[in-house]
Ligand binder design. Sequence first.
Ligand SMILES: Nc1ncnc2c1ncn2[C@@H]1O[C@H](COP(=O)(O)OP(=O)(O)OP(=O)(O)O)[C@@H](O)[C@H]1O
Ligand SMILES: Nc1nc2c(ncn2[C@@H]2O[C@H](COP(=O)(O)O)[C@@H](O)[C@H]2O)c(=O)[nH]1
Length: 199
Amino acid sequence: MAGTTRGTTPVPPDARPRLTVLSGPSGVGKSTVVAHMRKKHPEVWLSVSATTRKPRPGEQHGVHYFFVSDEEMDKLIANGELLEWAEFAGNRYGTPRAPVMERLEAGVPVLLEIDLQGARQVRETMPESRLVFLAPPSWEELVRRLTGRGTEPPEVIERRLQAAKVELAAEPEFDVTLVNTSVEDVARELLALMDVERS
Ligand SMILES: Nc1ncnc2c1ncn2[C@@H]1O[C@H](COP(=O)(O)OP(=O)(O)OP(=O)(O)O)[C@@H](O)[C@H]1O
Ligand SMILES: Nc1nc2c(ncn2[C@@H]2O[C@H](COP(=O)(O)O)[C@@H](O)[C@H]2O)c(=O)[nH]1
């Protein structure tokens, strides 16, 4: 499903970077922050998830997501190929396991951008991971961002906002909270947390 890092020398477990998980309600700005940080630090490897959601205009298979059918997702789950997976607002999403493990073994800093349910699964299976919660400056601003993005119809926005209430209540489960007031500031803080850049 994705490229490999075959040929690289494995880094001893103690010297490997911790897996970083970025979660937060839909529309808070996770993708925007990650795109900003990777412009300056493309060496941070962002996992490409599989999803049953239909592509938005401009989204490319293998770049933004692996867009799969329900049957293909069933197989990925049944074959144990996903590190975690969840149903979110009517679609399924999951993290392909092998590419993540290969990068970590090669000493590459790895970032997952996933929902709360996925973050909880990673906490269970990889307790050494760092869980970062991205919070909006306010509820009103979250609604403004999600609506203003213009990618979902009103009924989907409503589902995502219902999920957002649950996600916001789970903030204390995370190791760190960053408030997305400024994309530049949050990207810098995330890079510092990942030991990629000093703050
Ligand atoms: N700090 C910010 N200030 C103002 N607008 C922002 C900020 N960060 C992101 N946005 C805007 O908010 C909208 C949602 O951002 P984005 O798509 O990155 O959210 P997301 O958390 O990745 O959402 P989803 O979980 O649904 O994929 C976008 O239109 C983006 O430009
Ligand atoms: N548990 C997982 N959640 C994922 C994964 N990939 C993305 N996501 C999260 O889903 C929602 C909706 O994403 P969208 O692209 O449809 O707006 C958002 O919270 C993502 O972070 C995954 O592999 N596992």
